[in-house]
Design a protein around this ligand. Structure first.
Ligand code: AMP
Ligand code: FE
Ligand code: FE
Ligand code: ZN
Length: 289
């Protein structure tokens, strides 16, 4: 029995709708999945319904854009309350900045004599959380680049002509935001970020889990993070980071993550909710007689 806890839909930069993604999860015989779109939980309601129809357990989640010591880190929030007011407020801010960044980057492309229009990117993205992959697709569609990789290499990567900085919250703030929304915080793809040295600081800030399994982690890298998770008493999480058909074959189900990870996460989230309610009971004065 397997799970995939890192998946994107067209509510951010994936290509599948929630229903298509749930269909693939069913074909891969996954017992549980989480939707981790970038800086949004908007796809969670439809994904929950689509998973329920297919008898798949669903975990509402998101991948937040954060930073620590000037380094970009992605923090995954699992078991989030998708209606949590503070979370929604912060996500709206992320999305506003993402839209503004598209304008900035298109302007830079125009300065580099690529006459791409913001409207083309926005209509292709058709979501509230647009990102560089949407600009890359528009560049390919318009015939300016022959592949997404070429678009990133020539224009969109950090240091390239169209790159613009992205708003990030600090990783400790993201962990706190996730906790107050009832969730668990896990560091995404540490093997891509080479972020080992920040892990102790994140643990100090309340990090709950480490994404040990990931499509871009080799067996030895996975093993290193499994050991680190044990060392710091972190939950083991993992996922394919499938973005649909954006880059050839879909990655969903490609990394074999034991379902047991989900059970451990559920135990921890239940435990944390209990601890919070006990704390609340202790700090709330009794009603007047
Ligand atoms: P953004 O959030 O706008 O900074 O875009 C980052 C996203 O771009 C990542 O989550 C990846 O999905 C995607 N990405 C990064 N590099 C590439 C690449 N070379 N080809 C396609 N997608 C990429
Ligand atoms: Fe992405
Ligand atoms: Fe990521
Ligand atoms: Zn991702």
């Amino acid at each position: 029995m397997f799970t995939d806890l890192h998946l994107h839909t067209n509510f951010s930069d994936g290509t599948y709708s929630p229903e298509e993604l749930a269909g693939h999860a069913a074909r891969c015989r996954l017992r549980a999945v989480a939707l981790t779109d970038h800086d949004t939980v908007e796809g969670c309601a439809r994904m929950a319904a689509a998973c329920q129809e297919r008898g798949i357990e669903f975990i509402p989640a998101a991948e937040l854009t954060t930073e620590l010591d000037g380094q970009e880190l992605h923090v995954l929030g699992y078991f989030l309350d998708p209606e949590n007011p503070l979370l929604l407020e912060q996500l709206a801010r992320f999305q506003e900045v993402r839209r503004r960044r598209i304008h900035d980057m298109v302007e830079r492309l125009n300065q580099a004599r690529i006459p791409l229009r913001v409207e083309s990117v926005m209509s292709l993205a058709n979501c509230h959380s647009p990102g560089r992959p949407h600009i890359a697709r528009a560049l390919v569609q318009g015939g300016w680049c022959s592949s997404l990789d070429e678009a990133f290499e020539r224009f969109l990567k950090k240091g390239k002509p169209a790159w613009a900085p992205k708003f990030k919250i600090s990783a400790p703030d993201a962990i706190q935001l996730i906790h107050q929304a009832g969730g668990l915080a896990a560091l995404a793809h540490p093997g891509i970020n080479h972020s080992d040295e920040v892990i102790p600081e994140l643990v100090e800030a309340g990090l709950d889990g480490l994404e040990c399994f990931h499509s871009k982690h080799s067996t030895s890298v996975t093993q290193r993070y499994l050991e680190m998770a044990e060392q710091y008493h972190l939950l083991v999480t993992g996922g394919s980071d499938c973005h649909g058909m954006s880059k050839g074959a879909p990655l969903i189900g490609g990394v074999k993550i034991p379902y047991e990870c989900v059970e451990r996460m559920r135990d921890r989230v239940t435990q944390q909710a209990l601890e919070r309610s006990l704390l609340l009971a202790r700090t709330t004065p009794p009603p007047n007689p």
